[in-house]
Design a protein around this ligand. Structure first.
Ligand SMILES: Cc1ncc(COP(=O)(O)O)c(C=O)c1O
Length: 381
């Protein structure tokens, strides 16, 4: 299915670009790949993304929480799924019955899972804390704790992992290298005691591209699969965001546009009202700072972005009418707007631009150069 005149705003997801980006990861690492598809695959639609990447040969998927894992199972995704975050013990039996793998960050969590498991056995990856100081067992005592937890019959330890805090920061390469060294030291101590996990993994997108020594046995790309990451021009953005113009009008010099009157027309100006607002995920902080594409021309967004609408100054664009399509992210003719442009305008990161995109915005998918059937992409319903 393709967008129709009934849509005021929509997202187009190019699954062929996604698979091309996956191939970049494969070529650049040669290791197992666990795509990270948390937050509805960075808003691209976790089910459609998982199905496309499973077809491309992905070695399992990483999600944030138990509900994301169960959503994938409900939609027939049968690959390994690792929940990276914390799971309330109450959800553990359902996840284990659905063959979902859990992360174990410490002994206390392990105790609560053991009780919840009530004799069942869970597949787990143990999380070692090496410098992020988020979830995980401190590298200093990790080996001891890991050996103990691995001896509990309620756990089948399948993997060991850590997460980098600053793999994208050029001035912190030593910090990333030190994190990896700590992780390796834990592995060495475990090996001396006769324990070798089946799989080890550390690298997110920036580490994949900037720290090849850290690829371990499996990599965990997120952002780069969707076409964004520092240091790689070989990636293609996967997502486009488009909306329709609701009205075109003239305002006189000196008149203001939108809430709090933050933009004043310097001359008589033609204004296009676009059916897209922060209720759809546009970042309010980008108000008066972002541009959009109309008829292959970049035009400034003016006035505060509203919940469901925003305004453009289209004085310089000929032949703009209600119903015309505006590109907020993507390509129109020779012009391109990226998630990074939005991130710069709103003083945030591309991750937040993507994950802010609203569930009320319909997604349309392109695969093998053709629009996909609707049933394949209603992942968020
Ligand atoms: C534990 C873990 N691994 C991998 C990733 C993927 O990171 P990126 O999107 O930077 O590739 C994330 C994302 O935040 C994560 O939390």
């Amino acid at each position: 299915m393709s967008p129709t005149n009934r849509d005021r705003i929509w997202i187009e997801v190019d699954l062929d670009a996604l698979v091309r980006n996956y191939e970049v990861v494969r070529r650049c690492t040669g290791k197992k790949i666990m795509p990270i598809i948390k937050a509805d695959a960075y808003s691209h639609g976790a089910v459609a993304v998982a199905q496309a990447l499973a077809r491309a040969g992905a070695d399992g998927f990483g999600v944030a929480d138990g509900n994301e894992a169960l959503q994938l199972r409900r939609h027939g995704v049968e690959n390994n799924i690792l929940v990276l975050g914390a799971v309330p013990p109450e959800l553990v039996p359902e996840l284990v019955a659905a063959n979902v793998t859990l992360s174990l960050p410490d002994r206390e969590t392990a105790l609560s899972y053991r009780q919840a498991l009530n004799g069942a056995r869970a597949k787990v990856h143990l999380k070692v804390e090496t410098g992020m100081n988020r979830l995980g067992m401190s590298a200093r005592q990790a080996a001891e704790e890991i050996l103990e937890l691995a001896s509990w019959p309620c756990f089948s330890v399948q993997g060991l992992f850590t997460h980098f805090a600053a793999s994208g920061d050029r001035d912190k390469d030593d910090f990333t290298a030190a994190q990896f060294t700590l992780f390796e030291q834990v592995l060495q101590t475990l090996a001396q005691k006769g324990f070798t996990p089946a799989v080890t993994h550390c690298a997110n997108s920036d580490a994949i591209l900037r720290h090849p020594y850290s690829h371990a046995q499996m990599v965990r790309p997120g952002l780069m699969l969707y076409g964004y990451a520092a240091d790689s021009s070989s990636l293609s953005p996967v997502l486009s965001l488009k909306a329709r113009i609701a009205q075109v009008k003239w305002v006189e010099a000196g008149e203001t546009v939108s809430y709090s009157c933050t933009w004043t027309a310097p001359v008589r100006s033609k204004i296009a009202v676009v059916s897209a607002g922060y209720g759809d995920g546009l970042l309010w902080n980008a108000s008066n700072r972002i541009q959009m594409l109309v008829n292959s021309q970049k035009v400034p967004q003016v006035g505060r972005i509203c919940m469901d609408m925003c305004m453009l100054d289209v004085t310089e664009v000929e032949q703009v009418r209600a119903g015309d399509i505006v590109t907020l992210v993507g390509v129109d003719g020779s012009q391109r707007l990226t998630v990074e442009d939005w991130a710069a305008a709103a003083e945030t990161i591309p991750y937040e631009v993507l994950t802010s995109l609203g569930l009320r915005v319909p997604r349309y998918y392109l695969q093998d150069g053709k629009p996909m059937e609707r049933a394949d992409y209603l992942s968020h319903l």
